[in-house]
Design a protein around this ligand. Structure first.
Ligand SMILES: [Zn+2]
Length: 257
C-alpha cells in the first residue's frame, strides 16, 4: 500500500517504521490538489495527508526536490546544442552587473544618486543638499561621450575605444567595447580606455601606435597622453584618437537658471 506507489517517498521511508498513513503524503502535491479540487475530502487520501503531512513533509521534500532533476535528460540528449545567443545574454548580464557599482554619494531631492562634489544632481540637474550624510549609492552614468558625428556613448562603466575593440584583451576582461570607424590608419584596434574611478572619469591611452591626445576646456593646445597614465576628464574635454574626436559631456541637462 504505502511503498509501491511513490519511489521518492520510499527512499526516505525505507529506514523508517512507516505505516499506511504515509500514503497520503507520498502523493505528488499536484495530485492532492487535483483531488481536492474535484472531490470533497471524503476518501481516505486527503484524510491521510492531513494526519501524516506535517510529520513527513520535512523528510519527503528534499528527496522530491532532488529526484526530478533532469540530469538523465541531459545525458541522453544526443547533441546538446550550445546556444550562442544564451551565452551572449549571460555575458551581457555579467557585464551589466558591473554597471551597478556602489560608491559613496549624495542623493538629490528626487532621490537620484549623485556626485557629492557637485552642487547639482548629475542625473536631473536639481540642486543637491550639500549638508547631507554620505551614503552608499548605485553610481549613475557619469556623462556621455559624444563622437564628432553625434553618436553618443553613455559613460556608465569602463570601456575600450578603438576601431576593432570587440575581441581585445580589455573587452575580454569586461570593458564595454566601443567601436569607432576610422579610415585614417591612425587608430589602433583597442586604442584607449575610459575608466571610472569613484565619481571620476579618466581616459587612458593603451600604448596605441599613434597615441591619444586630449584638450581640456579653455585650452588651445592638445596634449599627448602618456601611455597607461590616466587623465581625469572634465565636462567639455575632448579626446582625439586617430582621425576622430570625442567630447565628454554631462549626462544631465544643465540646471535651470
Ligand atoms: Zn536628481
Amino acid at each position: 500500500m504505502a511503498g509501491q506507489r511513490a519511489p521518492a517517498g520510499q527512499v526516505s521511508s525505507s529506514s523508517l517504521p512507516v505505516q499506511g498513513f504515509s500514503a497520503g503524503s507520498q502523493l505528488p502535491p499536484t495530485a492532492q490538489m487535483a483531488e481536492a479540487d474535484h472531490f470533497p475530502p471524503t476518501d481516505q487520501l486527503p484524510q491521510d495527508a492531513g494526519q501524516a503531512g506535517p510529520a513527513f513533509d520535512p523528510f519527503l521534500d528534499p528527496t522530491e526536490l532532488s529526484a526530478p532533476r533532469p540530469v538523465a535528460q541531459r545525458g541522453t540528449n544526443p547533441s546538446p546544442m550550445p546556444d550562442p545567443d544564451l551565452e551572449r545574454r549571460i555575458e551581457e548580464t555579467a557585464k551589466a552587473t558591473k554597471l551597478t557599482a556602489k560608491v559613496l554619494g549624495f542623493t538629490c531631492a528626487r532621490a537620484h544618486p549623485t556626485d557629492p562634489r557637485a552642487a547639482f544632481c548629475t542625473v536631473c540637474g536639481m540642486p543637491v543638499d550639500q549638508t547631507q550624510q554620505l551614503i552608499e549609492v548605485l553610481r549613475p552614468p557619469l556623462g556621455v561621450l559624444v563622437l564628432d558625428d553625434g553618436t553618443t556613448f553613455p559613460v556608465a562603466a569602463d570601456a575600450v575605444l578603438g576601431r576593432d575593440p570587440d575581441h581585445s584583451e580589455p573587452a575580454r576582461q569586461g570593458l564595454l567595447p566601443w567601436k569607432i570607424e576610422d579610415a585614417s590608419g591612425g587608430m589602433s584596434r583597442a586604442h584607449a580606455e575610459i575608466r571610472l574611478a569613484n565619481w571620476d572619469v579618466t581616459v587612458v591611452d593603451r600604448g596605441s601606435t599613434n597615441g591619444t591626445r586630449a584638450r581640456l576646456p579653455g585650452y588651445r593646445d592638445w596634449i599627448r597622453l602618456q601611455p597607461n597614465q590616466p587623465l581625469t576628464l572634465v565636462f567639455g574635454a575632448e579626446i582625439m584618437l586617430g582621425n576622430r574626436m570625442v567630447r565628454f559631456e554631462p549626462a544631465a541637462p544643465p540646471p535651470f537658471g
